[in-house]
Design a protein around this ligand. Sequence first.
Ligand SMILES: C[S@@+](CC[C@H](N)C(=O)[O-])C[C@H]1O[C@@H](n2cnc3c(N)ncnc32)[C@H](O)[C@@H]1O
Length: 403
Amino acid sequence: MTVIDILDIAPFEDELPGDFADRLGTDYTARVTKGHKKQNGQFFTPTAIARFMGGLAGSPKERVRILDPGCGTAILTCALVEKLTGGAENLRAIDVTAYETDQEILPYTERAFEYLKAWLKSRSIELVYKIISKDFILENARVFEDGHTISLFDRPQQEQFDYIISNPPYFKLSKEDPRTKVSGSGAEEDVINIFRNWNHRLRDYGIEISTGPVVAFRARKFIRERFENGKVVLAPLYWLHNVIKMSIEWPVHKIGKGQYIEICDASEPVLIPNRNYVLLRRFSAKDDKSRLIAAPYFVNPNEPDYIGVENKLNYIYRPKGELERSEAVGLAALLNSKLFDTYFRTFNGNVNVSATELREIPLPPLETIKEIGNRIIQDNDFAESKVGATVAEFFNPEEITSV
Ligand SMILES: C[S@@+](CC[C@H](N)C(=O)[O-])C[C@H]1O[C@@H](n2cnc3c(N)ncnc32)[C@H](O)[C@@H]1O
């Protein structure tokens, strides 16, 4: 195959870059063997899925940087750019870094980017692109090796990406492959395999996750720094800083983060019934060792009928019925575990922990969750290391301790 061969493929008038990239992919597929595609883990994303993925992007800044690892014919970048340009009047410049190891496809990649550049130019947006024909994993080994304390989103300012879009190649790497040796990738594969065997989600167990309904600035008139006896009925108000792994520390006084909320008709819509929950932070700090920080919350019959959960926390509950103590402890233990943290990081590159993502996270059988919970309750030891060791006992220890 030569570059001349593909010069036959030209974009149609006003063709969307994603459609052109798709046609380039089809043409390329017709010219290489199935074995070649398989060897490169090459399955191209259909346009509808590429556009769905691109459609998830938020509004762009004036200048954006995109990373497309394993770009193929750049259909994902094209779909993302189509979305970013739709109605964004302030967007002026796009900078794309794309990685692709297959030398055979590179002329197609180049073609796709050239058309994208022309398409953007006609919309007064500048495109600067760089196709790196090197192995993405090996080139970025530092990021993977650093125990995930740095990510592709938080590199030095000039190297940061605003969007990373990818359909990674799927193939099993041999133990000798240098990419396996990049710390984490082999262990991650083991972890992903554990989750692949789990077919249940929270909803299958009648469990739901929601975001804390108390938005501090709107509920200010109900929030109190101190307990006031007699005059008003106060409930505990839980904030992000009250939740640490496996335990809730309350009250912890901090300026502007009152630990009580008034129970009255006007505040009732933002309060939740005092029942068993798992409280989970919605944000982690960049230097937190773990993304998921969860604690079981147990109802205390001596406390008021309601509690307040601030908006930077999520809470897990059973809408019809009560979360059993063993379920609350088991779920919190799993969420705090190295196993879940590793899995979560395989698809979430930032510090946010959304309820939507957690609704979709695969879970082991409910019986296992309860068993883990019961074991921790019986041991009566909620220390992070002890809880982590208990979770590890339930799954192949080699797979988890190597993470
Ligand atoms: C699953 S395909 C996806 C292609 C394209 N992004 C899409 O969505 O249609 C993965 C692409 O990554 C390339 N690739 C495989 N391993 C790679 C690596 N280690 N570094 C960079 N590219 C790689 C393959 O050649 C292939 O074109």
